[in-house]
Write a protein that binds this ligand. Structure first.
Ligand SMILES: Nc1ncnc2c1ncn2[C@@H]1O[C@H](COP(=O)(O)OP(=O)(O)OP(=O)(O)O)[C@@H](O)[C@H]1O
Ligand SMILES: [Mg+2]
Length: 425
């Protein structure tokens, strides 16, 4: 027998006290939500162009760059949508027209038909790993062509360096040898299969995962310059990485800066995020209450990743095919108290000094998002300059972020909800 908790009305009968009107408490009645395919994808870049929202101006500029054989570097904060943009560009370059039509880009009759190579960096990757991935994915994108002609693709990356890479002596890799091997490989591909394509696009995503020893900037400079020199102006490179040290290094490398067009991604507009939610829900027979939609976008602070995260769990809790505030409330509670609990605990622990905790509590207690240091100082009856220095320390530790006009705000609305919950505000 399952061990169910029930409630009942005790009634005095001739047999003594008996349980009448036995029932399952309301809080236990809600059935576990049924499993269903969730249209929100908080952990994956958008691959389906029909689910890719907004970013019209970015895509138009990037397509123009690809058309004019420029190289691109997509940068922005973690989770802002860099990989999603990069993948859409690769699809576009390959010949997929859906996004072009959605954004209404006139290519003047030109149709992209590029061969595609891509690599997603993970910690420990070397330049050889990148070029090897390009080789593998280029050969895969040749697939249908080779089948039709019943021939096997054959082009190799002729490297004497493999032994070195496998013995982990990465720093001794001879960049110039890798550069010539890469050029030879690309020339080989073009010579053998180029008649069927009008370009090659090569992606390196997550470049921030590379260590500083990986000399990506000099490598790219040498490859792009050699290609230009040899007249191969139909090969474009697309890089994507979180704004930070490595990405910055690449951008700031004098030649990369000249050879790559920087595409910085910013937060998304509310209308773009409405489009994101609506296109995710399309074909699910599920709708969303407009108030709930606005609340999700507000809680996500206009970043796409938390919209997917909140959307995912709101959808998971929904049982009547309308996403409403009560579904969202359960989603928030789950995210703050379970899913992100460890991350938020770790952040909160960083407010190590008592005064930092006190200032954080004060900020969490104010309904408004953006708060000035004068306001905190007057609430705590402390010197303004002292409060400003505490806020500066919290900012450095990543608990706060700068808002407009010298104001501060708590790192994210979800973290604020967490703080109010742990501090019992
Ligand atoms: N234009 C968009 N339309 C719909 N969803 C988007 C869009 N941009 C990003 N997303 C969603 O936001 C989340 C983060 O996107 P993505 O992985 O592309 O970001 P990123 O900047 O590459 O992240 P990271 O810094 O972790 O590499 C994913 O869930 C993705 O589906
Ligand atoms: Mg990414």
């Amino acid at each position: 027998m399952p061990n169910w908790k029930v409630i009942f009305d005790p009634v005095e009968t001739f047999k003594g006290l008996q349980a009448h009107h036995v029932r399952i408490p309301e809080s236990m009645q809600s059935k576990a939500p049924a499993l269903r395919v969730n249209p929100f994808t908080p952990q994956q870049p958008i691959v389906d162009p029909s689910k890719f929202a907004g970013r019209g101006a970015v895509i138009i500029n990037a397509v123009d760059s690809l058309f004019n054989h420029k190289n691109l570097i997509i940068t922005g904060e973690r989770g802002i949508g860099k990989s999603s943009v990069a993948y859409q560009l690769l699809y576009l370059a390959k010949g997929e027209r859906a996004l072009l039509e959605k954004i209404n880009i006139d290519t003047g009759g030109f149709a992209f038909h590029h061969l595609i190579g891509d690599h997603r960096c993970v910690i420990g990757n070397t330049l050889i790993d990148i070029v090897e991935s390009w080789r593998n994915s280029l050969s895969m994108s040749l697939g249908p062509l080779t089948n039709k002609h019943k021939e096997k693709w054959d082009f190799t990356l002729d490297l004497k360096l493999f032994k070195i890479s496998h013995s982990h002596e990465f720093h001794r890799i001879d960049v110039s040898e890798l550069v010539s091997a890469t050029i030879n490989m690309l020339e080989d591909v073009k010579q053998k299969y180029g008649y069927n394509y009008n370009g090659i696009s090569l992606l390196i995503d997550e470049i921030d995962a590379l260590s500083e020893e990986v000399k990506i900037a000099p490598f790219l400079k040498a490859v792009t310059e050699a290609l230009k020199f040899k007249g191969h102006d139909d090969i474009s490179f697309i890089l994507a990485g979180v704004t930070g040290t490595i990405t910055e290094l690449v951008i700031q490398h004098p030649s990369v800066n000249r050879l790559f067009e920087n595409i910085p991604l910013l937060k998304m507009e509310t209308t773009e995020l409405q489009e994101l939610i609506n296109s995710a829900l399309a074909n699910t027979k599920t709708s969303i209450n407009s108030e709930t939609m606005a609340a999700i976008i507000g809680l996500a602070d206009n970043y796409p990743e938390p919209v997917h995260l909140l959307g995912y769990h709101t959808y998971r809790y929904d049982s009547n095919k309308i996403l409403e505030n009560d579904d969202l409330d359960r989603a928030i509670s789950f995210i703050v108290k379970e899913l992100k609990r460890q991350e938020f605990d770790g952040l909160y622990d960083k407010a190590s000094e008592d005064i930092q905790g006190l200032v954080l509590r004060t900020l969490a207690g104010i309904e408004r998002t953006e708060i000035s240091y004068e306001e905190v100082a007057s609430q705590l009856n402390l010197k303004k300059r002292y409060v400003a220095s505490v806020l500066g320390a919290l900012l450095e530790k990543g608990l706060l972020i700068k808002a407009d006009r010298g104001k501060f705000k708590i790192r994210s609305p979800l973290f604020k909800i967490y703080l109010r919950w742990v501090l019992k505000i």
